[in-house]
Structure formats: C-alpha cells, structure tokens
Design a protein around this ligand. Structure first.
Ligand code: LR7
Ligand code: MN
Length: 532
C-alpha cells in the first residue's frame, strides 16, 4: 500500500513538472503558443539528422573552452529556427507579398511612408530567410554575455510594423539576454499607440512603454529610453525592424570582448511596397559621408577585407538607428548632444566620439536586422527652418523658383495658398540651410540649389549649393531685408517685370521687404545670431 502511494505521488509530481516545464506540453507551451503562433513537428532526415521541411536542425552543441580560456557556446535556438522554417503564408520566409492594385493606392503609404495594408496582412511573427554568411551557423559566442535593454523610439509608427519589431526581437533573442524592451513614444497622436498599445503589452511582461511630454525628436527620445534602461548593454532599434536569426549574441559578444565597442548589425532591406526581406545592394560595406554630410556606404577597402567575410570589421561611421553599446560607456561618451533636433546627424556625433575616446565601431556580419526604408518621410517636422513662402511686402507677390534648375533666375509670382503640393511644384517653399544659404524646398526635402548673387546689381539666380558662404551667404535682418554680405547689398524686386535682383540696401522701400510666411521668427533670430 505505502509503495503504491509513493509511486502515485511520484507520478503526480512528474505530471505536474511536465505540465509546467516541458516544451509543447505544459503551461510553457500555452504561453509560447500565444506569442509564437504555431509549432510544427520534427521529422528525421537523411542520415538520421532531424529535419523540418528539408532544413537540418542540429542539436545544441556543448560549450567549448577557447585558447583564451573563454567558454563559448552555440547560441542558436534550434527550436525557434525549426518553428520558423515550418511557417507558410503571406510574407513568410521574408518573401514579398503579392501586391494587387488596391494595395498600391497612395493612401496605403500616406501615414507611414510604406505600405501599411501589406504590413497589416503579414503575421507579426513572420519568419525571415536566414541570409547570413554560411560560417555564421558554426560560430560560438561567450557562454556568459551581458544582457541588454532594447530601446525603440517611435513617432506615429504603424501598429503592425511596431509590433512586428517587438515580436521579432522577443522571438529571436535568447530570453536571458533581454533585460527589457523599452518603447519610447515621441508624442504620437495616433489613437492605436495609446490605450490599445498599453493593453497589448500587458501580455509581454518585458515590454515597458515610456512617453515624452512633448515632441522631442528621435535623439532626445532615445536618450529618455537610455536613461531609464537597466540592462548592461543598450541596443537601439528603429520602430519598423525585424531581427533575423541569432542576431543578438554576435553583438553582445563583441562588447563582452571590449566594453568600448559600438556594434551594428548588417541592415537588411524590408521593401516598402511588398515587405520582401533581402540584403542591401552590395551588402557588406562601410559607413561614410560626403561633403554635404549625407550618409553613404562605400566598399570595404581591400587592405581591410578579411579572409573570412563573416568576421566583424571596423567602420568609420554608423548608419544611425541600429546598434548596441555598453550602457555605462554610452554615458561616459556623454550620450547624445541634447541640442540635436528631430532627426539626423546623431550618428556622426556618436561615431566621432567613440573613435576619439579610444573605442571602436564595428559592423557584425553574423548579426542581421531588417529595416523598412520609407518611400518618403511621413511625419511633420515642427519648427525647423522652413521659410515656406517669401512674400514681398510691397507687391504682395512671392519668390518663385519654378524650374529649380541651376542657372535659372528667381522670379516674382502670385503667392500660392498653403505650403502643400502646389507650393512644392512651383518652388515657393524655401529653407534657410544650416550653412546660412537659402535653399529651394522644405528642410526635409531641400533641392541642392541655392540663392546666389554675383554682384550688387545682378539678378538673384539659383545655383548649385556649395556651402562655402561667399555668393550664397544670406542674412535676414530685423528690417525685413534680405542682406547679402559679400556684395553689401539687398534683394530688391520689380513686380511689373517680375524680377528679383540685388540693389543698394534701403529698408524703407517696400520692394526690399520680405515676409517669411509660416516661419517661427525665433528660429530666424537664432539663425542670425551672429549677424545683425
Ligand atoms: O520625431 C521623430 N521622433 C522619433 O521618435 C522622428 C522619428 N522618430 C523615430 C522613428 O519612429 C524611428 O524609430 O526615430 C526613428 C528613426 O526615424 P525614421 O525611421 O523616420 O528615419 P530613418 O529610417 O531614415 O533613419 C535613419 O537616420 C536617422 C537620422 O539620423 C536615424 O539615425 C535612424 O535611426 C536611421 N535609421 C537607421 O539607421 C536604420 C537603417 C537605415 C539607414 C540609414
Ligand atoms: Mn527608420
């Protein structure tokens, strides 16, 4: 009797343990199934190697001790790889979604700059193809790696694109390496990013939501996330990304090796029309910039290419959005300059600092993350230096640069209403560039043509912006004149002939007075800080 009872107890104990812990049986599987939709069966392939749909799934290898005494292990999650390989449906395996004409309408792109209709019809847990260098499958990384906070800033991001970013991170990272996921809302006004997002994230206990109190721009938004982070490492991602297989350990391993490392994954392209997932043209290249400070990628110089192109390589500047850094080192570097507005430039600041402070910046070929490159920027940029229209006080007419081409004169034309499409196509939108030139276009879409004048009585023409001041340096003065320091003269106008030309400054003449419509005057004042 007593033995029987003992057996029964043992059996009950085992059953409970199984319910609780065994994958695909117990409570754990219930939890996983909620997050990770399906769970297919393993079959035995040729040579007894377990396979799923023709893909080998090796058992996890044991940790090995390297020559340096470091214990390294295989961090692949073969269970997750197996589940991913078995998925089929819209966009699965990173395949393009078959677009119909109704999906292609402008409305689908308007809010996000990419096709949200397509995004909405692809699973939040979709699989992506493993396009890593084949050597990546064999690599081992430190058995003990630092954990990380994942920081994702967002401003009016689409629901499915934001959630897919979070799901892909949770699905494809070892749970013990994710301290938390911090979503930082940069003052979005979209309804779905408020209560619904909070409700949704209740089921993902690692996810926290922070919100800025006013629109800060991505740089200060990231800083807010970084200041709240607890992980040993902080990893920044854009709000429309998909992490690929085993993306995280290769990044953390380099930081474990040298804490003064900033490491970037290879950035893959998620097509903004059909969401197909593929490498960037040319794939492995290094970051650089031109004299306009435009970010570019250039081939890795031959003296730096390694025999094994799956190995990390150094990069002068990063793309900006996707990288991991030791949290304390990030603050030792001073974080980001908090004066950086909305978007852009921060990647240079952090890149220069890491190199100047004895750190290193690397791209890691075995870590891949997809990013949706937008068709256009959908969000508003508040303030800025957009001048919109330049209206003449005397005639009430506006500056116009209709053909935007280098060499053509600036003319006086009837002011168009608003600063939308019409203003654009007629060239009645101008920007005071940071090089103190006046450019055609709004600050996010400036054309590379600038106001140029060669003498104190020449016409004002458009010329390729050179950023060297000289004939393209302008000041806006309190008396509403547009002053040209090099010729010591001002922009004048003749409404009958519709001409815009240089003349001796006489601010009392209305034909020399210009009003910047829809522009914040304090911005103009800051712009001219050193001039008047
Ligand atoms: O006001 C804003 N507030 C925000 O929080 C504007 C944007 N954002 C968020 C936004 O939701 C997104 O998560 O900031 C992130 C970046 O904005 P995007 O996605 O509109 O810009 P992008 O993809 O063109 O951004 C690239 O360049 C930026 C400016 O320097 C940043 O560095 C981005 O992080 C960077 N993205 C990448 O590096 C991913 C690869 C593409 C490239 C290059
Ligand atoms: Mn982006």
């Amino acid at each position: 009797m007593r033995r029987k009872e003992k057996r029964l107890l043992q059996f009950a104990g085992l059953l409970i343990a199984a319910l609780l812990f065994l994958p695909n049986v117990g409570l754990w599987s219930l939890y996983r199934d909620r997050v990770f939709e399906n769970s297919p069966e393993i079959v035995e392939g040729p040579g007894g190697i377990p396979q799923i749909q023709g893909v080998n799934v090796r058992p996890q290898k044991d940790a090995q001790v390297g020559r340096d005494g470091m214990r390294r292990k295989d961090w692949h999650d073969y269970e997750a790889i197996r589940r991913d390989a078995a998925r089929s449906g819209n966009g699965e395996q990173g395949k393009p979604f078959p677009l119909t004409d109704t999906d292609r309408v402008d409305q689908a792109y308007r809010e996000n700059g990419f096709n949200i209709y397509v995004s909405d019809r692809i699973s939040l847990n979709r699989s992506v193809a493993d396009i890593r260098h084949p050597n990546c499958k064999q690599k081992l990384y430190g058995e003990k790696l630092p954990n990380t906070s994942i920081i994702i800033p967002f401003h009016n991001e689409g629901w499915s694109s934001l959630l897919r970013t979070v799901h892909s991170v949770l699905n494809r990272s070892p749970p013990e390496l994710i301290a938390e996921v911090i979503l930082v809302d940069d003052f979005s006004d979209k309804e779905h990013l408020k209560g619904s997002l909070e409700e949704y994230m209740v089921r993902l206990p690692k996810v926290r939501i922070l919100r800025t109190k006013k629109r800060e721009g991505l740089i200060r938004t990231r800083l807010l996330g970084a200041a709240a982070a607890n992980g040993e490492v902080i990893t920044f991602l854009d709000s429309h990304c998909e992490a690929n297989i085993n993306w995280l350990p290769p990044l953390l391993d380099r930081i474990a090796d040298n804490r003064k490392s900033i490491v970037c994954p290879m950035i893959d392209v998620i097509d903004h029309d059909n969401f197909g997932y593929e490498t960037q043209a040319g794939d492995a290249m290094r970051g650089a910039f031109d004299w306009e400070m435009y970010y570019k990628r250039i081939p890795i110089p031959s003296e730096l290419t390694k025999d094994d192109s799956s190995e990390p390589f150094e990069s002068p500047v990063m793309a900006g959005g996707l990288f991991a850094v030791d949290r304390k080192w990030f603050w030792e570097l001073g974080g980001y300059d908090t004066g950086l507005e909305i978007w852009g430039g921060e990647q240079y600041e952090i890149s220069f600092k890491v190199w100047m402070c004895g750190g290193r910046m690397e791209d890691i070929p075995c870590s891949r993350v997809g990013h949706i490159y937008r068709k256009y920027v959908p969000y508003k940029v508040p303030g800025g230096v957009s001048l919109a229209r330049l209206r003449n006080t005397g005639s009430g007419m506006c500056m116009e640069s209709k053909h935007f081409s280098s060499g053509s004169p600036v003319r006086l034309e009837t002011c168009l209403k608003g600063r939308g499409e019409a203003g654009w196509s007629h060239g009645q939108v101008f920007t005071f560039g940071w090089r103190e030139d006046i450019r055609v276009g709004g600050p996010m879409h400036t054309k590379k043509v600038c106001f140029d004048a060669i003498s104190h009585n020449s016409p004002v023409t458009l010329y390729d912006c050179h950023g060297l001041k000289g004939n393209q340096l302008w000041r806006y003065r309190k008396d509403k004149s547009l002053y040209h320091p090099i010729s010591n003269s001002c922009i004048d106008s003749n409404p009958t002939e519709r001409k815009v030309f240089m003349n001796t400054c006489d601010p009392s003449v209305p034909s020399q007075q210009w009003v910047f419509e829809k522009t914040n005057t304090t911005i103009l004042e800051t712009f001219n800080r050193n001039s008047n």
